[in-house]
Design a protein around this ligand. Structure first.
Ligand code: AMP
Length: 191
């Protein structure tokens, strides 16, 4: 299996690039943010719980997020591989993911990080707010909070994969096509 963690701060282009990689490599896209938003729309208990954290730009607690991801993984039979988008966001989640994949006799092939400077992220998120309908994109204070949470809680996940030799960083600036091409080049070295 080809299992990619697509990593990067909010606004780095993880969701956009995931769409291309799903098509190109036949992978299953698992975005924890998308799954939470689906639950909010459907008014589930999980959605109600997650919404409070999301609106404030905070992380949903690990236990809730990990259990949700586990349930999603169990729904899929015979995948060629996964793109994890927005997960793991903490070291505890990275460890849990390793255990979940281990139980499926597979593992993360690589974490690929989209590197984009903070000023560019803020611009992109403010632009995205015009079309995304996301409350957490519309408020500059919440955008700043999400970037701060990324720096404080999520960046250590990069070191987790660095330590096990699975970290690959790429330049996330430039056109969408240019970034896709860089991603494909890295993925082609993995198998
Ligand atoms: P995203 O769509 O990835 O930008 O995620 C939107 C929001 O959903 C985040 O700001 C968090 O509140 C929540 N969220 C998404 N993924 C996770 C995760 N892996 N752990 C905790 N919270 C998450």
């Amino acid at each position: 299996m080809l299992n990619i963690v697509l990593f990067g701060p909010p606004g780095a282009g993880k969701g956009t690039q995931s769409q291309f990689l799903v098509e190109r490599f036949g992978l299953v896209h698992l975005s924890t943010g998308d799954i939470f938003r689906r639950n909010i729309k459907e008014g589930t208990e999980l959605g109600q719980l997650a919404q409070k954290y999301m609106n404030e730009g905070k992380l949903v607690p690990d236990e809730v997020t990990i259990n949700m991801l586990k349930a999603e993984l169990e729904k899929i039979s015979n995948p060629k591989g996964f793109i994890f988008d927005g997960f793991p966001r903490t070291e505890a989640q990275a460890q849990a993911l390793e255990n979940l994949l281990d139980a499926m006799n597979t593992a993360i092939s690589a974490m690929i990080a989209l590197e984009v400077p903070e000023e560019e992220l803020k611009k992109r998120l403010a632009d995205r707010a015009k079309t995304s309908g996301r409350a957490d994109d519309a408020d500059p204070a919440v955008i700043q909070k999400r970037i701060d949470v990324y720096n404080a809680e999520t960046l250590p996940v990069k070191h987790y994969y660095e330590k096990i030799g699975k970290y690959r960083g790429i330049n996330g600036q430039g056109s969408i096509e240019e970034v896709t091409q860089r991603l494909i080049e890295v993925i082609n070295t993995l198998h």
